[in-house]
Design a protein around this ligand. Structure first.
Ligand code: FAD
Length: 457
């Protein structure tokens, strides 16, 4: 493939999920040669509710997609947490989010955002039906093989293939064989959630009056017997729902079948759905009504686990993604680091990947910790979870909550090679770290000026 950029780089992206597509959009702007290998034959309108906020919306502004995101989403001003009797446990108020950050949190159905983003990637750059099965590196290149025996050559491979990344598995296997994989990366994930999600057809606003609101109604229910669920209004009179069954540690570890890793309709779906039929829907009626109003092809199920891996890259292979906002931030920072490459030499590539990990790891770690905490606060059914919930929502001073909120909202990485979106809102915005190339240049400039200084007598 011909390359139009100065460094002659060719990037193979594995996986056309949100991370892969975001990276493609950014590389497209840089004029870097890239293509995506995607396992699925076609885009399936799968997935339920998603939300993005000031942590990534500036990049959508840079890409000229901000207004389009607004069209497919509703702003969210609060999240209601209920018990099974529909008593409100707490209303997590986000009314001043816009004033503080300059952005309203955007709530939408995942397929809408995906369709929007993928529509901006030139179709000929996505190869579908290409399941990557192996990766081989030479000194100068990397060769990727797919299950249909096709193979592709590039300078780097970006594994953007989701939570159960095959690229990660193949990288880890190689590193383990060489005794280079940290022990924590070899350990099993302990427990997680079986999550079934759906997007209804357009519903009757007379029956569900919340649909008439300009804002999204986002309601979560802490159920019983490790069951929790969510119902959310989005645009086009549609509603998103998700049903979550927390796995006991023992079951999750023993049953490898839980890890089907596909956001696809599994067998025995009916059984898992029926568990929720009789639960009341916080937006009206029963959960059965929402499930019945959802076309089968808009229901998917996945086993979700959480783990922070230590190893993010090796040689010419780098990993990005998972977790909606995190995945897209990974793509932004990686594209910044690649922008600085002056050649495709392994030493340069390693410097870029190292910088990417250094920039992203602390933020990914704090997002990971935060999402665990939010999970306990909004789903936890254990005694300690209830105490924690009571403490956070009733005792913790509002000023401390606000501080945490402002800190989280201040991380807004942008693409350094595009005109920057202005800093909005009254809250702080974290300055962006100069790139590895710029730091090297600054270091050289400092050294040079030190050498020029006259030595004191
Ligand atoms: C169909 C689908 C529905 C989802 N629904 C929701 C939802 O409702 N709510 C939610 O919070 N999150 C959902 N997610 C997950 C969410 O999109 C991701 O966690 C997040 O956006 C990070 O995206 P990602 O690009 O890292 O991973 P993903 O979005 O999981 O994308 C990974 C992509 O890689 C492809 N792939 C995997 N293995 C290979 C391989 N060997 N070769 C080539 N391609 C491969 C997959 O087909 C997929 O397109 C869904 C993901 C998918 C794929």
């Amino acid at each position: 493939m011909e390359s139009s950029n100065a460094n002659g780089l060719t990037v193979i992206i594995v996986g056309a999920g949100l991370a892969g597509v975001m990276l493609a959009l950014l590389l497209e702007k840089q004029g870097v040669n890239y293509f995506i290998l995607e396992r699925a034959q076609a885009v399936k309108p799968l997935g339920s509710v998603m939300s993005i906020n000031s942590n990534i919306l500036p990049v959508f502004e840079q890409l000229g997609l901000f207004e389009d995101v607004k069209k497919i989403s509703k702003p969210c001003r609060s999240i209601g947490l209920h018990d099974l009797q529909m008593n409100k446990i707490v209303d997590i108020n986000m009314a001043d989010y816009e004033q503080m950050t300059g952005y309203q949190p955007a709530v939408f159905a995942r397929p809408r955002l995906y369709e929007l983003m993928v529509s901006r990637v030139p179709a000929h750059k996505i190869f579908r039906g290409k399941k990557v099965v192996s990766i081989e590196e030479t000194v100068d290149h990397v060769v990727v093989k797919c299950s249909d025996d096709s193979q592709y050559q590039g300078d780097i491979v970006v594994g953007a293939d989701g939570a159960y990344s095959g690229v990660r598995q193949s990288l880890f296997k190689k590193l383990e064989g060489e005794g280079q994989l940290p022990k924590s990366d070899t350990q099993d994930l302990t427990y997680g959630w079986v999550c079934t999600v759906g997007l209804t057809k357009a519903m009757d606003p007379e029956k569900y009056p919340f649909l008439k609101d300009d804002v999204s109604r986002f309601s979560q229910v802490i159920g019983k017997d490790l069951l929790n669920y969510t119902a959310v209004t989005v645009t086009d009179n549609q509603m998103c729902w998700s049903l979550v069954v927390q796995q006991e540690k023992e079951n999750a570890v023993k049953d490898p079948n839980l890890r089907n890793a596909e956001w696809a309709a599994p067998e025995a779906l009916e059984t898992s759905l029926k568990e929720f039929y009789a639960f009341p829907c916080p937006l009206g009626g029963m959960m059965k009504d929402l499930i019945d109003a959802t076309p089968k092809e808009s229901i998917s199920k996945v086993f979700l686990e959480e783990k922070m891996f230590e190893t993010w890259h090796h040689g010419r292979v780098v990993l990005i993604g998972d977790g909606a906002i995190n995945a897209m931030q990974d793509a932004v920072i990686l594209s910044n680091c690649l922008y600085d490459l002056r050649s495709t030499k392994l030493s340069e590539i390693t410097a870029a990947f190292k910088d990417y990990r250094e920039q992203r790891y602390p933020h990914a770690q704090s997002q990971f910790d935060n999402s665990r905490l939010v999970g306990r606060l909004t789903c936890g059914q254990g005694f300690s979870d209830k105490i924690l919930r009571y403490f956070v929502f009733n005792i913790l001073p509002a000023s401390i909550q606000r501080q945490q909120f402002l800190k989280a909202a201040s991380y807004r990485p942008q693409a350094c090679f595009l005109p920057l979106a202005e800093n909005r809102g009254q809250g702080p915005v974290m300055p962006q770290k100069p790139s590895w190339r710029r730091e090297l240049e600054l270091h050289q400039e400092r050294q040079h000026s030190n050498e020029q200084q006259p030595v004191a007598a």
